[in-house]
Design a protein around this ligand. Sequence first.
Ligand code: ZN
Length: 296
Amino acid sequence: MSNCDQIQRFIFDNTDVRGVLVGLEESYQEVLATQAYPIKIASLLGEMLAAVGLLSSTLKFEGRLSLLARGSGPITTLMAESNHQRDLRAIARWEGGIPEEEGLASILGQGQLAITIEPDKGNRYQGIVPLQQSTLAGCLEDYFQQSEQLETRITLAADGSRAAGMLLQVLPASEQSADKDSEIENWNRIAHLGSTLSSRELLQLENSELLHRLYHEEQVRMFEEEPLRFGCDCSRERSLQILKTMNSSDLEEMLETEGSINMDCQFCNTRYSFDRTSIAEIQGLSGAVGPSDSQH
Ligand SMILES: [Zn+2]
């Protein structure tokens, strides 16, 4: 897989089918380096990252897209997120040992997958599907079928060092050609060939070779690769915003016992530390804008 840490979109000429390939290596490694993840979780996180990479190719505005799986099983939370600049981050929460050979249903248990799209300007959108399939890719296909009514095939793979994904999708109705019958035929053929792709091929083949192997009889047009990377947008300012919402006696108590207030970012392990002076400053700041101070 030479197309690492990149997204590449492609289309099948003279059909209503589009596709996206994503490959992650360094970005995936950086996510895994933040915590000692069990092997099974490391591979699921890779699939989550590949999935948000694929889905981020559909973002047509500035903002972020996240995938959040929550369940009642040993893995309680899997989360991955991408912004429009393709900074990806991910995290998992779990309890106890994680069996390596179990399917999604038994390690996440009863639960749901939420796809959230948050434009910087505009309304937040959330779609939710139950975790009823044995793979994350299957759950995402359910989502597209139910929420968007778009025929979609998703293949995801991750092995702890690389992660990759391929998405095939019929164009939205507004962009489709008039000939329904031949389009159904095109979709069935392309989707069927896509389903023959193995995890090994997806993880190891360069994009052009992979597409040639699957679709040498189709006219595939590949667009330029777009880079993606590990990135966390946590900041001291954001941490301060959270502290500002806490009540001052709680902050005082933490300062008394710890000497300072530490906030650790769960995505990148950055520690933001606040001493008495900086806490006094935010309290002064919030006091200054409060109504009780405006009488002078
Ligand atoms: Zn962070």
